[in-house]
Design a binder for this molecule. Structure first.
Ligand code: ADP
Length: 175
């Protein structure tokens, strides 16, 4: 089973095989972590994103993901996933679970062994931090049983509150 690490930091600096981008459905960059990743990666990343075949109406469906190269970033690949905009309904959790699960499965399929996640949907998309963190841990722990090649998962928190929540969940061994 992979080891899970929690850090406070900038995901663009992580030297892992893949970092996950909390993208919007157009996959063409935006604010928050998406903007930071595109800025650090340079224009090659946007050029690659423009070539990703999208679903109906030119959108990547919520919960799905797409893998690209990483431009100037120190990682090998970027996995772009579209988190749910928090609505307070039951589908939020299901869609957030899909993000984490699909990213791990895509990483496994691409032969990537280490992966860093941001706190998907907890910025502009408004998902409550604690609930999102519980879903992240539970889904990652469950999915890792099906992705034996992945040996390292890094949760990268960008604010102290998220970092504290993630550390508590890691220590509690919540399943
Ligand atoms: P979303 O639209 O999915 O809510 P945001 O980018 O607004 O995406 O926020 C998602 C999370 O990413 C937030 O917790 C935010 O603090 C965090 N974040 C923003 N910039 C970075 C960064 N450079 N590295 C890691 N996490 C970041």
């Amino acid at each position: 089973m992979a080891d899970i690490e929690v850090i406070l930091g900038d995901i663009t600096a992580q030297k892992v095989d893949a970092i996950v981008n909390a993208a919007n459905s157009g996959l063409l960059g935006g604010g928050g972590v998406d903007g930071a990743i595109h800025r650090a990666a340079g224009g090659a990343l946007l050029d690659e994103c423009k070539k990703i075949p999208l679903g109906p109406r030119g959108r990547c469906p919520t919960g799905e993901c797409a893998v690209t190269g990483a431009g100037l970033l120190p990682c090998k690949k970027v996995i772009h996933t579209v988190g749910p905009v928090y609505s307070g309904s039951a589908c939020d959790e299901r869609l957030l679970q899909s993000c984490y699960r699909n990213c791990l499965k895509a990483a496994e399929k691409a032969g990537l062994k280490s992966i860093a996640f941001p706190c998907i949907s907890t910025g502009v998309y408004g998902y409550p931090k604690s609930a999102a963190a519980k879903t992240a841990f539970k889904t990652v722990r469950e999915t890792l049983r099906e992705t034996p090649s992945i040996n390292h998962v890094l949760f990268v928190c960008f604010d102290n509150e998220s970092y504290r929540i993630y550390q508590e969940l890691k220590d509690s061994g919540l399943k």
